[in-house]
Design a protein around this ligand. Structure first.
Ligand SMILES: Nc1ncnc2c1ncn2[C@@H]1O[C@H](COP(=O)(O)OP(=O)(O)O)[C@@H](O)[C@H]1O
Ligand SMILES: O=C(O)C1=C[C@@H](OP(=O)(O)O)[C@@H](O)[C@H](O)C1
Ligand SMILES: [Mg+2]
Length: 171
């Protein structure tokens, strides 16, 4: 199957964007992030899309961005944390190399910060991340062909670990 060399999924704060950039650099391939594609299409930040048009509208833009990226991009692809909640997106990931970047609650909160601008975390960052981790961890696990625990290791090390684990899996 053509398409991205690897797709990164996982919670907000798992490091999909940061590790994805590091991995693309390591491999000398392009990097794409569906959040960036949505922002470019809408011409405004994610928080503005949520405020003005609501989450449903964001999810529709995200669904289209994921479908386009899966069809067009052959490098590293990072999804937004909620993209895999869509059943069509999950089906489109079947048979692809999908890495679930796992992060524990405490470290996810530390990474995104208590004053996060991510609209899904408004109100109580720790409580919202806990709820989303509980709801979505089974979904991330379902779509993943590889699970990498990122707690306590920096982005460059996570990228190196993904590289090594994928190499191992190919051998
Ligand atoms: N493995 C890691 N160790 C420490 N900090 C990290 C790690 N991965 C990401 N970060 C930091 O956490 C924050 C969120 O990372 P980001 O890549 O935006 O996550 P995601 O795209 O999964 O929401 C950023 O400030 C980033 O620098
Ligand atoms: O988990 C979510 O529902 C979201 C995650 C965000 O992406 P990151 O996971 O890259 O932070 C972004 O798509 C949006 O704020 C919603
Ligand atoms: Mg991201």
């Amino acid at each position: 199957m053509t398409g991205p060399r690897v797709v990164l999924v996982g919670s907000m704060g798992a490091g999909k964007t940061t590790v994805g950039e590091a991995l693309a650099q390591r491999w000398g391939v392009g990097f794409r992030d569906t959040d960036e594609d949505v922002v470019a299409t809408a011409g405004r930040p994610i928080a503005d899309i949520f405020v003005t048009d609501g989450e449903e509208h964001f999810r529709a833009l995200e669904r289209a961005a994921v479908a386009a990226a899966l069809a067009e991009h052959d490098g590293v692809l990072a999804l937004g944390g909620g993209a895999v909640v869509d059943p069509g997106t999950r089906a489109a990931l079947a048979g692809r190399t999908v890495v679930f970047l796992q992060v524990g609650l405490a470290e996810a909160v530390q990474r995104v910060g208590l004053g996060s601008s991510r609209p899904m975390l408004l109100g109580n960052v720790r409580g919202r991340i806990k709820t989303l981790l509980d709801e979505r961890t089974p979904v991330y696990t379902e779509v993943a062909s590889l699970v990498v625990d990122t707690d306590g290791i920096g982005p460059a090390e996570v990228a190196a670990l993904i590289d090594a684990r994928l190499e191992q899996a190919r051998a």
